[in-house]
Design a protein around this ligand. Structure first.
Ligand code: FES
Length: 323
């Protein structure tokens, strides 16, 4: 798992909306501080029974605590159910260092933030940061109903206090159906930066809408799938040269690269094993990589600088990694 975990005290559990609870974590030692948290970052919670799950942080800039919000997901593979049913105030758990694959372009002239359901968590953090920076931003908050929308009162208060921010809410039960994203995202200058986090169908629609509207500065963060897909593996084996550890590893047909590296005794952070958390990101020094993660953008894939070894693999020939 992660080589850089720290202990955290479950300081508070709070009902935020129907099916959503927030978890406030504080350092175990009085007066200690967590690493600084950027807007858009997430942390791993080590929940017991070997469960490790990543959740976005809602409190950028604070170091005395970390706050995440967790949806009690019907398709839970154990993580969200554990948080809602077993996690208790006073418990001590391990957490990972914050990671951020969903960074704000802080000097963008204008930002549009799209939240779908529990996807509001990193987006709410971004709105707080943009308020602090006094940058113009609009939050479009979509949820099935207001009662299922976490932090909506806090967001309304933030927007009221900062005239450069605005909020549009689309609650399906009030509007009679799901949002039309082309309409909601239309009308912005071409230097606007767009960010979205929410369920996969909404993010797919968001990408199509941004393409249709000719918007190029498009960022998103996907959740782990409810049911993990089988990790694609190569039908032919390949060789991986590891520059830092000086090892050469043979990846057999049908074997996941991460497993081959761990079996060879290579120390590598990993968590979700689904290409969504970024823990296993490894620098590529050379090689033809077939990417299957949900983190890297098309430009980052084309740059061929890093890969998520839990899901991605060598397409042909051999691979040289900085590991
Ligand atoms: S372990 Fe999460 S991206 Fe690889």
């Amino acid at each position: 798992m992660s080589s850089s975990t720290m202990q955290a005290l479950v300081y508070n559990l709070r009902h935020e909306a129907a099916g959503i609870a927030s978890v406030e974590l504080r350092p175990v030692a009085p007066g200690a501080a967590f690493p600084a948290v950027e807007a858009g970052a997430h942390i791993d919670l080590h929940l017991g029974n070997g469960l490790v799950r990543s959740y976005s942080l809602t409190n950028p800039g604070e170091r005395h605590r970390c706050v995440v919000a967790v949806l009690n997901d019907r398709n839970s593979r154990g993580g969200s159910r554990y948080v809602h049913e077993q996690l208790r105030v006073g418990q001590v758990i391990d957490i990972g260092a914050p990671r951020n694959h969903f960074r704000l372009q802080e000097d963008a002239p204008r930002s549009v933030l799209l939240a779908g359901g529990i996807g509001v968590t990193p987006v709410y953090a971004m709105l707080q940061r943009l308020a602090e920076l006094q940058r113009p931003a609009q939050l479009i908050y979509c949820a099935r109903s207001r009662t299922e929308a976490a932090y909506v009162n806090e967001i309304e208060a933030l927007v009221q206090a900062h005239p450069m921010l605005s909020l549009r809410c689309h609650f399906d039960d009030e509007q009679g159906g799901p949002p039309n994203l082309v309409q909601l995202l239309d009308g912005h200058a071409k230097d606007t930066h767009f960010y979205a986090c929410g369920p996969a169908p909404m993010l797919d629609a968001y990408e199509r809408a941004c393409a249709q509207l000719g918007q190029a500065n498009v960022h998103l963060e996907r959740f782990a799938a409810g049911t993990p897909a089988a990790v694609p593996t190569a039908s032919q084996g390949y060789t991986v040269e590891l520059r830092k550890s000086g090892k050469t590893v043979q990846v057999a047909p049908g074997v996941v690269l991460l497993d081959a590296l761990l079996d060879a005794g290579v120390t590598l952070d990993h968590s979700c094993r689904e290409g969504v958390c970024g823990a296993c990101e490894t620098k590529i020094l050379s090689g033809d990589v077939e990417h299957h993660d949900l983190i890297l953008t098309a430009q980052e894939r084309a740059a061929n600088k890093s890969m998520m070894v839990c899901v991605s693999r060598c397409r042909s020939g051999s691979l040289v990694l900085d590991a």
